[in-house]
Ligand binder design. Structure first.
Ligand code: HEC
Ligand code: HEC
Ligand code: HEC
Ligand code: HEC
Length: 103
């Protein structure tokens, strides 16, 4: 009985926790130029370390927790654009508008 309860508890606890740890599989950013679909998990496999993008640490939350909220921080849409494009220039990801924006 104890094991059964433990299993029930685990099945309730594990999925949201691992989601919280790994983040979403994809993130969609609506923009005036159409939807940008960011393949988050695929990028995790490509990039290796989380802090390349989550430069203050994953536990600090989404970019928008600070950018545009804390004083002196550039807006989220500006830092995202910069981070996405800078890396793509180095690592040969898409850099043309339509490579990311899907009008
Ligand atoms: C190529 C860049 C990049 C890499 C590498 C990356 N992430 Fe992310 N991650 C993002 C972006 C962009 C978002 C969306 C942030 C937003 O909505 O403001 C995000 C969102 C998240 C979220 C959700 C945050 C929230 O509160 O909404 C979690 C959790 C997360 N990532 C965890 C990770 C972990 C763990 C790793 C490493 C295994 C990782 N990420 C690697 C770019 C990245
Ligand atoms: C805990 C707060 C915090 C979070 C969360 C955060 N940032 Fe930042 N970010 C800052 C601060 C403060 C600066 C300005 C000082 C600095 O360069 O470190 C900054 C600077 C930057 C810069 C450099 C801007 C420039 O013009 O040089 C980029 C790019 C950036 N952040 C991207 C991101 C992305 C992408 C995310 C989400 C994946 C994110 N940040 C999450 C606080 C945060
Ligand atoms: C640290 C490096 C890095 C960052 C940051 C990064 N990317 Fe990428 N991205 C890549 C690489 C590497 C590729 C794959 C290039 C190839 O092999 O075709 C890629 C491919 C893509 C593709 C092509 C479709 C796919 O997923 O395979 C899209 C769209 C894309 N990235 C969007 C984004 C967006 C939007 C951001 C910012 C939120 C971003 N990327 C940030 C490295 C990065
Ligand atoms: C590597 C991916 C990538 C490329 C290439 C890219 N963008 Fe973006 N763009 C984004 C992301 C991600 C956002 C959303 C940021 C947010 O909402 O926080 C964005 C946001 C924007 C916004 C702000 C949207 C709004 O509604 O305020 C404009 C305008 C824009 N992009 C135009 C362009 C143009 C023009 C080009 C080509 C010169 C381009 N982008 C190329 C990823 C990209």
């Amino acid at each position: 009985m104890r094991w059964f309860l433990l299993l029930v508890l685990l099945s309730l606890i594990v999925p949201p926790e691992s989601y919280a740890l790994e983040g979403p599989q994809e993130v969609e950013f609506p923009s005036r130029w159409g939807m940008v679909t960011f393949t988050h998990h695929r990028h995790q496999q490509r990039v290796g370390t989380c802090v390349v993008c989550h430069h203050q640490g994953v536990e600090m939350g989404a970019c928008g927790a600070c950018h545009g909220v804390l004083p002196m921080t550039p807006l989220r849409k500006d830092v995202l654009h910069k981070q996405c494009k800078d890396c793509h220039r180095d690592k040969r990801g898409p850099t043309d508008c339509a490579g990311c924006h899907n009008p």
